[in-house]
Unconditional design. Structure first.
Ligand SMILES: [Zn+2]
Lengths: 71, 269
């Protein structure tokens, strides 16, 4: 088990774990509507399968949010 | 600089009393020119507070007319305004609140043909739009023109915002390009609690006033997100991305792009 931080909250995860798997584990409904940062660095979408997480990593999910006048 | 009249000193006394603002800060506010794109859920509270604060000139961009379904959150429009252009409805309220404010109305959609022209006439831009193509357009135009802006987005019970100054992280540093049109929530999946628009819009208005008065720390290089269901606010640190296609080391975007709108946005504009 390892401890990582997802949007500021600690999560216990089993390694090895890549970003695509973390997204699945966190039940992100629409992965195409999310941007990801690992340790405050932008993670390219086509690298999500290759980026392996490690103990203490911080991951941020940034969600697309539209809406203001019409929605 | 402006010499405040006695009436203005009274009107703005609660600003003037603030040590961080004072007469000097109030004069900066009164010399400011702000463009509000979208006179809707976010643009409404932004415009109302900026007008009340005494912003010298407010530009409003919106092509739509007021619809009955807008009134649940677009608090600058009243029941009697249904059917009239949003920019006209908003202008009337702004001038009723504060006749000192000069209002410019643009009853048109912001696109690649007019964005730079309109934006160039203002000191600060507020994104109060409802769709990703225009959010990217505002970001790109502001970065190209070296203009500061406030980004805002709301969905259901969530809101997010950041402030951009030249050199700080832009929207594309965080989100490279608009999501595929098919991924955007359909209207029936979307919706928003009206008060959320007020929560976010007032944050954007506060950022605008902070920018002109130089008070405190702006929401630069961080994305503020909140979930009104739990009232958890979260600051996510972001930074200018060296590989950003717009503001990075080797930018590839050198012109404004008109992305395709999701069908839902077109229907409900
Ligand atoms: Zn950028």
């Amino acid at each position: 088990m390892a401890k990582i931080y997802v949007n500021g909250e600690a999560q216990e995860v089993t390694l090895p774990l890549n970003i695509s798997e973390l997204i699945k584990n966190n039940n992100v409904q629409q992965p195409e509507m999310v941007s990801v940062q690992v340790n405050e660095e932008f993670a390219e979408r086509d690298e999500w399968d290759n980026i392996q997480l490690a103990e203490g990593d911080t991951v941020d999910f940034l969600y697309f949010m539209g809406g203001g006048s019409a929605l | 600089m402006i010499d405040l009249t006695e009436q203005q000193i009274e009107r703005y006394s609660r600003h003037i009393l603030l040590q961080d603002v004072g007469v000097e800060g109030q004069e900066k506010i009164m010399n400011a020119r702000v463009l509000v794109v979208g006179a809707g859920g976010l643009g409404a509270p932004v415009s109302l507070y900026l007008a009340a604060a005494g912003i010298g000139r407010i530009g409003l961009v919106d092509a739509d007319v007021v619809d009955l379904s807008n009134l649940q959150r677009q608090v600058i429009h009243f029941t009697r305004d249904v059917g009239i252009p949003k920019v006209e409805s908003a202008k009337e309220k702004i001038q009723a609140i504060n006749p000192d404010v000069q209002v410019d109305t643009y009853r048109e959609f912001l696109d690649s043909s007019n964005a730079l022209d309109i934006i160039s006439q203002y000191d600060f831009i507020v994104d109060g739009t409802d769709n990703f193509p225009v959010k990217f357009l505002i970001n790109d135009a502001c970065v190209m023109a070296g203009k500061p802006f406030s980004h805002g987005g709301i969905l259901r019970f969530h809101g997010q915002t950041f402030t951009h100054l030249p050199g700080t992280a832009c929207y594309r540093c965080m989100f490279k390009e608009p999501p595929p049109a098919g991924a955007v929530p359909t209207c029936s999946q979307a919706g928003v609690l009206g008060a959320i628009a007020g929560m976010l819009g007032t944050i954007q208005a506060a950022e605008t006033l902070k920018y002109f008065t130089g008070v405190g720390e702006l929401l630069t290089n961080r994305l503020l997100t909140f979930d009104a269901k739990t009232m958890q606010f979260n600051n996510i640190k972001v930074r200018p991305r060296a590989s950003c296609e717009l503001c990075g080391e080797h930018p590839t975007i050198d012109h404004l792009i008109d992305y395709e709108q999701a069908a839902c946005d077109l229907k409900h504009h």
